[in-house]
Design a protein around this ligand. Sequence first.
Ligand code: ADE
Length: 420
Amino acid sequence: MESQRRSPDNRKDLLSLGIQRISWAESRMPVLRRIREIWGAKKPLTGLRIGACLHVTTETAALMLTLKEGGASVALCASNPLSTQDDVACALNEELGVPTFARRGEPEDEYFANIARVAETRPHIIMDDGGDLTAFVHTQAPPAVLGNILGGTEETTTGVIRLRAMARESRLSFPVIAVNDAKTKSMFDNRYGTGQSSLDGIIRATNKLLAGACVVVAGYGWCGKGVAQRARGLGARVIVTEADPIRALEAVMDGFEVLTMKKAAPVGEIFVTVTGNINVITKEHFPLLKDGAILANAGHFDVEVDVRSLDETALSKRQVRPNVTEYVFPWGKRAYLVAEGRLVNLGAAEGHPAEVMDMSFANQALSVEYLVKERPAKPGVYPVPEEIDRQVARLKLESMGYETEELTDEQRRYLQSWKL
Ligand code: ADE
């Protein structure tokens, strides 16, 4: 699949593009810069090896450099075969001192070989996005690798779900902080980040006008809410499909039409799956689709649009634009799949903007510091401590020039009286 980002062929140009773009992202991540400043003096991560499996983007580069500034040595691989920005990997490898094992479009065996290379660095802390590195160190790495890990962090909803399943079945060997669940992560990154960047990916890939189009959003968690809100903001008519009755009700009261996928399939022009579950758009829906329907996935894994059935059902398949595959069905209609059904925001665009990754990655950085300082011993899934969450919100507001109210002593006493 041809890259949407026209990476220069010349290594020197790739490197300078990576350096330039990383510096652009860093300039939009004031909270992370503040942490870096403090860590530069204190070096709280001295001697620590961190193995990270994250999307290799400019924002991730800013996080890696922050961890290095704190005294850690870091190795990085990709958390999705299609999300690596090759200029960033090049800059990290060749100039910024972060060994990075990732290549955009790497096949599955290379993807897992790269995870193995990060595990081979025998990290003390692992930082994961989606749970592949965590699963790998538990099942495929030599026992000494697992034995060396004192804790981990997890960036995304799907990863946290996998971790909780492991913990329930006593298969998790170390404490992991669910960064995803911090308020300053999920309410902002999942909602505003996914909302904007998923539509960005669809627009970059297809150049489709959203005003007046019918957009079907499958799933109404934080990510689905973001996509639905932003699509409405661009003038689309938005339909939501949802299995959870409370979320479906929320979508109704937020003013969206709520339908089953079977009923939405014949009316939608653009479909975005964000459920975290499998087989959301399947072969039972293909015959119902309008000619030219656009199918995109914004969930972590490429399991929401049944791509295998698309391949089996279609008479032919060809790439018609970068990141867009046309499928022609036996009944004559066509569907367009964006970014192979993988994360559309990272496959066809640049992922979430730096301003929102600033908060997610500040939570990551401070959670690593917490693990090192507090050393929770028991394996399990831990929340981001509330003080960290609130600190990230405070620093973000401050960087944006906003002030919050200070409670008076009288107000504090009043609140306290209810807590007794
Ligand atoms: N996940 C979503 N957007 C991202 C980005 N820009 N960098 C790293 N991980 C991401």
